[in-house]
Design a protein around this ligand. Structure first.
Ligand SMILES: [Zn+2]
Length: 848
């Protein structure tokens, strides 16, 4: 760009009746670089443009001097579009009235679709906004409204807003509509006042005004944590219909109402957490993103990553039972590990060139990987030191732009630690490393080798990545709570073991204590065994147990480790009281169960014994601590009760039978009220083929699958009686059930390990109903694929596909082969570890 913008005077006149807008602008700029240009170039997607670069050239009559104060006057017009970024419009029906509203979503490069501008984050300017609309609408923009004058003849109102601080184009916001709102004024740490408002569609304020508490607390929390005042006087949270996502526009954050739960009767904890997370995240962006902005989209992880890290801290401030370190390891870390293991995963910082790349840059990866790396930096530096660096960064670059090096530099200035040197291998390499740990022959050194961790089908490492500089945080049976830090940079490194290390019989060594580094650790058998012993003796932190579960399950599935090692870990943790551990362990046990229960050679009684032994203790704990408001353990409870019931656990089956008998005539109320009771009830339902079941099944057939039926439906998936299965299929195929619901229930039926191919035969038999139900290609495909993906051998999958095809139910090769790849991996797992699993289970003794 050859010019630098200073100020935009903008007037917009949106016409919601005719779905158009017009406007004019005065762009104040100075000539920054070249003197001899007689052309200036700015972004636009409408007139005289070069489609490829989305720019327009304006030829001038004379040469402009550098530092000239120039003004370019332009007029523009455009369409208010539905369902796309830019200036969009939506209609909705509320309280028996039809409404229209319009607002903007300009991230990343959509400002140019609304007005001609210099549309990149490092070209900050002041925006003066005026909006002209028909009377009767409320108008919002980034700043406070300073005047509103209405003309009684034209019925048009002119709304003028205060100047914004210097900011990037993508943060400009306009909103026109009819809203309800609530307001509070809070004082920040710098003795200035912030006006907070929650705006909602008409009639929705009552359900959403609780958000004010989060808006207030998160603002106070961040203003304290970041230590820099914001140059804005108000912060609105506007909740609209149709926006599609959430956007952190400075002073006017916009959310889609779909992102909040407005349907349930009481507000459950998971809904509260989700809402608080949204509010915290967008509020943190007012500093990280808006006050300090990245120079180019290449560094998007900086905005999203530190913001997501700060969000996790904010949540633990709002909900003290949410430990930020554990939350990270439960939610973000497993996803980070899973995304990064693909060969196609991208490094955190990279050159982003095309407009297409820019428009899709704010994906999940930016949040996920960004939060992971921010957490690791905070772990290594210590949280306080990390925050000191972040504060320095915000002070130094406020109202300006910064990149990754600027951020690392700010951390270096306050901590004295060469952050760039340590973390560059993490920001520039794709993925993350696995380290293999063993002892040298004389047992005086640990041998540590590293390579990039890749999933099996992507092949092994081709050594193109620079080795990571991996901070090793060592704790052993001799260090106590003290941890020793080492850095390894070579592909193979050696670490001296303390003298007499092996002299104690209960020795152990933990190489990534508290999961401070983003790395998978593969210990040799002896070291893993000793680590498990130390876990049972209470020497390991929760974080360490989480890592052991995540790593070793993955290793078993990939053939790096043995399935018996994972089973051994599950068995070692059976006394564990911390429910977070179970949240990770149980879904993995369930996957093991679902896969191996179908293997003909495996004795089901052996698996049953293992399941009952590992899960019955934790169920007792859950049974005692069941609370209705806290639904965050519902899935865990469900999984455990189901696994135990399928394994014929006597107490679970009897309890289910009893609760079913007591409540079979009022099941609707149970479904709504008590999650754990409902689980028992639904398990009872699937065990007892009496009138109660028939009634429920018929009722579902009559009314379709409304959400309150979800629980019984899940359990109907476990039904063994063929007549009952047909009742459920009647419900699936009835016209009251929509395609998506029908697909859900078919998947649930598929989850039933006991049903196996009986269900497939029924579906093939009822292929005409099936065709009639799934008219849309993607539902149709998904429904068939759910059956095929449930097979455990390649041949079974091929013959299942053939059975469907013979009835005219075809699926394309590409989707089939995609599923087949997964089945191949599954059958490779089974044949690789068959003897290992048979051996482990047959020798398994349940010890108390
Ligand atoms: Zn964000």
């Amino acid at each position: 760009m050859n010019i630098k913008p200073k100020r935009y005077d903008l007037t917009f006149a949106p016409d919601l009746d005719n779905f158009i807008f017009s406007g004019n602008e005065s762009l104040h700029f100075e000539i920054s670089l070249k003197i001899n240009d007689e052309i200036i170039t700015i972004n636009s997607d409408t007139v005289n443009i070069d489609q490829e670069t989305q720019t327009m050239n304006i030829t001038l009559s004379r040469i402009l001097r550098p530092k000239d104060n120039c003004v370019l006057d332009l007029e523009f017009s455009g369409k208010l579009k539905a369902g796309s970024p830019g200036f969009h419009i939506y209609r909705y029906f509320e309280q028996n009235e039809n409404y229209k509203a319009a607002d903007t979503e300009l991230m990343t490069i959509y400002a140019r679709s609304v007005f001609p501008c210099l549309d990149q984050p490092d070209l900050k300017a002041v925006f003066s906004v005026t909006i002209i609309t028909k009377e009767g609408y409320q108008i919002l923009s980034n700043g406070r409204m300073i005047s509103r004058t209405c003309n009684t003849d034209t019925k048009l109102c002119e709304n003028k807003f205060e100047d914004t601080p210097e900011m990037s184009t993508y943060l400009l916001a306009l909103a026109v509509g009819i809203f309800d709102f609530t307001e509070e004024i809070v004082e920040d740490n710098f003795n200035s006042y912030m006006r907070l408002r929650i705006y909602t569609p008409p009639g929705k304020l009552n359900k959403l005004k609780y958000l004010m508490e989060y808006a207030k607390k998160s603002f106070e929390f961040f203003s304290n944590m970041f230590g820099v005042p914001l140059p804005i006087m108000k912060l609105d949270h506007l909740i609209t219909v149709g926006h599609g996502s959430a956007m952190e526009n400075w002073g006017l954050i916009i959310y889609d109402i779909k992102m909040f739960d407005t349907y349930k009767e009481g507000l459950l904890k998971s809904s509260k957490l989700k809402a608080a997370e949204l509010i915290c995240h967008q509020t943190a962006h007012q500093w990280l993103g808006n006050l300090v902005t990245i120079k180019l989209w290449d560094d998007i992880w900086l905005s999203e990553g530190i913001t997501s890290w700060a969000t996790t801290q904010c949540i633990s401030h709002l909900f003290p039972d949410q430990d930020p370190d554990i939350s990270f390891l439960l939610k973000i870390y497993p996803e980070y590990l899973s995304v990064g293991k693909k060969k196609t995963s991208l490094p955190l910082t990279r050159k982003i060139k095309t407009l297409e790349e820019i428009s899709s840059v704010v994906d999940n990866g930016a949040h996920l990987n960004g939060e992971a790396i921010s957490t690791m930096i905070a772990n290594i530096l210590g949280k306080d030191e990390f925050l000191r660096g972040v504060n320095n960064y915000l002070k130094k670059f406020k109202n300006k732009n910064a990149d990754t090096d600027d951020f690392f530099g700010s951390l270096f200035e306050t901590s004295g630690i060469d952050v760039k040197d340590i973390f560059e291998s993490w920001t520039k390499n794709p993925g993350y490393p696995i380290i293999y740990i063993s002892e040298t022959e004389d047992c005086s050194y640990l041998n540590i080798t590293q390579e990039r961790f890749l999933r099996t089908k992507d092949g092994r490492n081709d050594d193109q990545d620079v080795p990571w500089k991996i901070p090793i945080l060592l704790s052993t049976h001799t260090t106590g709570s003290k941890r020793l830090i080492h850095f390894i940079r070579q592909r193979t490194s050696y670490l001296h073991l303390p003298d007499n290390f092996y002299h104690q019989s209960d020795y152990w060594i933990n190489i990534n204590s508290k999961v401070n580094s983003l790395v998978r650790v593969k210990y040799n058998n002896g070291l893993l065994e000793s680590l498990l012993n130390s876990a049972q003796n209470g020497h390991l932190q929760i974080q360490d147990k989480i890592a052991i579960i995540l790593d070793n399950y993955e290793f078993a599935k990939m053939g790096i480790g043995k399935t018996s090692q994972f089973l051994n870990i599950a068995n070692a943790f059976k006394e564990e009281k911390n429910l977070s551990i179970w949240k990770l362990l149980v879904p993995r046990i369930r996957k093991f169960f679902d896969t191996w229960y179908k293997v003909p050679n495996v004795k089901r009684d052996d698996i049953n014994r293992f399941i009952v032994c590992t899960l019955s203790k934790i169920l007792e704990i859950l049974d005692h601590n069941s609370s209705f408001e806290d639904d965050t353990y519902d899935k865990l409870k469900n999984d455990i009760v189901r696994l135990l019931a399928l394994s014929n656990h006597y107490n679970t089956v009897e309890k289910s039978r009893k609760i079913f008998d007591e409540n079979k005539f009022q099941y609707k109320d149970i479904m709504r009220l008590d999650e754990l009771k409902a689980t028992y009830f639904s398990v009872g339902l699937s065990y007892l083929c009496d009138n109660g079941v028939e009634n429920v099944a018929k009722e579902i057939g009559k009314y379709g699958l409304s959400p309150i039926f979800f629980m019984p439906i899940q359990s109907l998936g476990y039904i063994r009686d063929e007549n009952m299965l047909n009742y459920i299929l009647d419900a699936v195929f009835s016209k009251e059930t929509d395609e998506e619901q029908a697909l859900n229930i078919l998947s649930e039926l598929q989850n039933n390990t006991l049903n196996g191919n009986r269900l497939l035969k029924l579906i093939v038999y009822r292929s005409e109903d099936f065709k009639k139900k799934f008219k849309h290609t993607n539902f149709f495909e998904k429904a068939i694929l759910s059956f095929i993906s449930n097979q455990i051998t390649e041949n079974d999958a091929i013959s299942a596909r053939y059975e469907f095809s013979s009835k005219g139910l075809h699926i394309p090769d590409q989707s089939f082969y995609f599923v087949l790849e997964k089945i191949k991996a599954k059958s490779a797992w089974i044949s690789r570890d068959m003897d290992d699993v048979l051996n482990y289970l047959s020798q398994y003794v349940c010890s108390d």
